[in-house]
Ligand binder design. Sequence first.
Ligand code: BES
Ligand code: ZN
Length: 457
Amino acid sequence: MTASIPSDLDTFFVANRARIEQELFEFLRIPSVSARSEHNADTARAAQWLAGAFGTAGLKAEIIPTPGHPVVLGEWRGAGPDRPTVLVYGHYDVQPAEPLDLWTSPAFEPTVRDGRIYARGSVDDKGQLYLHVKAIEAHLRVRGRLPVNIVVLAEGEEEVGSDNLGDFVRAHRDRLRCDAVVISDSSMFAPGQPSILSSLRGLTYLQLDVEGPSSDLHSGIYGGAVVNPATALARIIATFHDANGRVAVPGFYDTVRDWDPAIRARMRALPFDDAHFLAEVGAPALNGESGYTTLERVWARPTCEINGLLSGYTGEGAKTVLPSRAMAKVSCRLVPDQEPAAIERLMQAHVDRVTPPGVRARVTHLHGGRAWRADLTGPLYDAAAQALEAAFHRAPVIVGEGGSIPVVDDFAKALGAPILLMGFGLPGENAHAPDEWMSVENFELGMRAVATLWDLL
Ligand code: BES
Ligand code: ZN
């Protein structure tokens, strides 16, 4: 039997559509860029704003400080102890908006074009967090109650690695105890195709500094007699992969767990088109670890990527200089059961081994988080499938994800509850890039799916 969206809640969403959109735009106008200290006041303001929105929705709101950006909690426990308790998680921080000149409309001035809301954070994750808040509001305004107890936990450090949230979850384990965790911070497989996520990759993020002479040198007077740190860095990072696209750091794959054959078969059956993917990324060709499909490469296999490089003269024209240092930002995406700290040690040992004489190399930890894989059985997933079908008129597919949400593994370990990731982003949504957008239709249908889910639980 297929469920349908409760008509009383649907009427609320229709009647309040303009107000809900205006409120979301207010949220999106706050540049809560967690990575930048000059935005700390904005990030704090976003937390305040969100706490106010929790109150409007009928939740008891509290802002709880952490050593970094605060956690905002919203609670409604009126359903009683014999009803399930759900923990909804999202993040109110966003990635930096640069390069600003590549945005069609300003990053923090939300603009609707062609059924899309363009703004930094529209899909990652303010829009997706906010649709949960409004789904709760619909229940509480229309019926005066929710069929489940709800705790909403919003953090302000997801985009910088959630360094303080694991401790927060463990310290507040009793308060966060729940029967299900629900998260919307990911994307659907295709437009109109609702999706339930079965995995996230983990992350080890490092900075690699190579130091040579004590200051930049004239490349004519000294070049040829001193090891060039830029060349040394290039040689080091060139050893990270072999010719088959595998990570060539010894021990890197030792703890990689194989995929459940049933999930792997379901993923192989998804209608994925390499040519379409290639057009989306706009590169001359696709390439990666040999022996795996594109989806497996991004969802199921670990990687090592250079995220940034810095050395020497990069301004206009030519400058004959031998740089004194070179730097790379390096991140490894991990799969179960790779431990971020263990991978960091392997990377460090490898760099020590391959660093050429004449320079010093230093590896610094930036952040890390474990991968996660779901067990997609049980009533939570059945209810989610029905709720998604009610809103989108299509049964959901099971997908994987190459990105990371570091706290998910902390939730799994500390709370022991099943975790449902149902995202409402879309391919090509430009998360972390200029012109990030969220589909207005997905916002509307996502809100309805979530509101329906609470009834079905
Ligand atoms: N929403 C993403 C995670 C994600 C990305 C889910 C793509 C589904 C598809 C999240 O906000 C994010 O970007 N996480 C960072 C984590 C990192 C900074 C520790 C990521 O994956 O780079
Ligand atoms: Zn993100």
